[in-house]
Design a protein around this ligand. Structure first.
Ligand SMILES: Nc1ncnc2c1ncn2[C@@H]1O[C@H](COP(=O)(O)OP(=O)(O)OP(=O)(O)O)[C@@H](O)[C@H]1O
Ligand SMILES: [Mg+2]
Length: 364
């Protein structure tokens, strides 16, 4: 920057105009980028700096294509040339949704409108950029909420149309089975039929809990107590006889619904146990952190399969032959109903940690 003492009084109005122009550009909430006919950046306002994570000095004089992922990154020079050669307008004066690339390599959606100007016979282009990340996020949430409402309606219909007849069929079969001689081949078949019907009933029940969870009945609840219950249930399952579940940590009081939290941790511990193929140790730790009580369920199984990872909390994502894929989605829903949050960490080397934070109950 020039030393202000260099300026002559005659420069003063120009400097004031420049400062005012710059202030306007930097006060804009949207990103403003000006490039020349070669695509080199001439102006990169404060909002653009925030959006892309670059300082102005990192970008000025460089090709604007550095702010785009492929294929635009390689093609942008061609886009400008095509416009200058033919006068054809593909984005200029129109604007459209494009993808930006931040300094850290991540990409984000933005709306770009481009205007063209000629100063001293030179062509320049002004881009106004509006970050669409937040809007897209809201749209995703709205879509999910709409889908959930539909699943909720469907679950209610299933509950009515399937659960009740299922109970009737089960009762009738049990009566028939009771008339058969104990130990007969037919009695074994009846037992199998009943087990299948119970499986079907559980599935419908799981779907109901996921789609229409009851409003949590909040009370002061000790997470250690909830987890002891979950471990107790697991111990009774012969499939997990060779599995040890340790629970470590101090008393942890949250404002929660013990029944719903049991469903949450049962799902997480069973997933961990299944990942360990019923053998070894699953560690559960409980610790307070800044207004939350944090529970971590840690296994040293193979880790979350890559094809599942991004959509782990979506319903019906499963890699198990007899899984519904509702466990994690239900856990997330119930945790969020408690004002909590859930996250997964599953490094490439294997092992999975699921972290649940629940708001700590006020001390009294
Ligand atoms: N601790 C874990 N280690 C490895 N993979 C896991 C773990 N937890 C979940 N997964 C993966 O995520 C998928 C989804 O889990 P989720 O609990 O939602 O459904 P599920 O266990 O397949 O079926 P369900 O819980 O209804 O029996 C699982 O199929 C499995 O591939
Ligand atoms: Mg599961």
């Amino acid at each position: 920057m020039a030393d202000p003492s260099d300026t002559t009084p005659a420069d003063q109005p120009a400097r004031v105009a420049e400062a005012r122009w710059r202030a306007v550009i930097d006060a804009a909430v949207d990103g403003i980028i000006v490039i020349d006919a070669l695509g080199q950046v001439e102006v990169f306002n404060s909002a653009a700096q925030l959006m892309f994570g670059y300082a102005e000095t990192d970008v000025i004089g460089r090709n604007v294509s550095m702010l785009m992922p492929e294929p635009d990154h390689s093609r942008h020079d061609g886009y400008i040339k095509h416009h200058l050669d033919t006068g054809e307008r593909r984005i200029i004066g129109i604007g459209r949704a494009v993808t930006g690339r931040r300094r850290d390599g991540t990409t984000f959606p933005l709306h770009l409108s481009v205007g063209e100007m000629t100063i001293d016979g030179e062509r320049h282009f002004t881009g106004i950029l509006h970050d669409l990340s937040r809007r897209h996020e809201l749209e995703d949430r709205l879509r999910e909420a709409t889908a959930m409402a539909r699943i909720g309606e469907m679950a209610a219909v299933i509950a009515h149309e399937v659960k009740n007849p299922l109970a009737a069929v089960r009762g009738a079969i049990q009566v028939i089975g009771g008339r058969m001689p104990a130990g007969s081949a037919d009695a074994a078949i009846v037992k199998e039929v009943i087990a299948r019907l119970d499986g079907l009933n559980d599935l419908v029940q799981d779907l109901l809990v996921f789609a229409r969870p009851p409003a949590p009945k909040l009370a002061r609840t000790d997470l250690r107590h909830v987890l002891a219950g979950v471990v107790g249930l697991l111990k009774r399952d012969p499939a997990f006889a060779a599995l040890e579940v340790t629970v470590a940590g101090p008393q942890a009081i949250v404002s929660g619904d013990a029944n719903l939290l049991t469903i949450v941790f049962q799902n997480l511990v069973i997933n961990a146990a299944q990942a360990m193929q019923g053998r070894g140790v699953v560690d559960v730790t409980i610790a307070p952190i800044e207004g939350w009580q944090r529970v971590e369920v840690i296994d040293c199984g193979p880790g979350i399969p890559p094809e599942i990872k991004a959509a782990l909390f979506r319903p019906f994502k499963t890699t198990k032959a007899r899984g519904t894929g509702l466990g994690m989605a239900t856990a997330k829903r119930l945790v969020e109903l408690h004002g909590g949050r859930i996250a997964v960490s599953s490094p490439d080397g294997g092992g999975t940690t699921i972290t649940v934070d629940l708001p700590a109950a006020p001390t009294n």
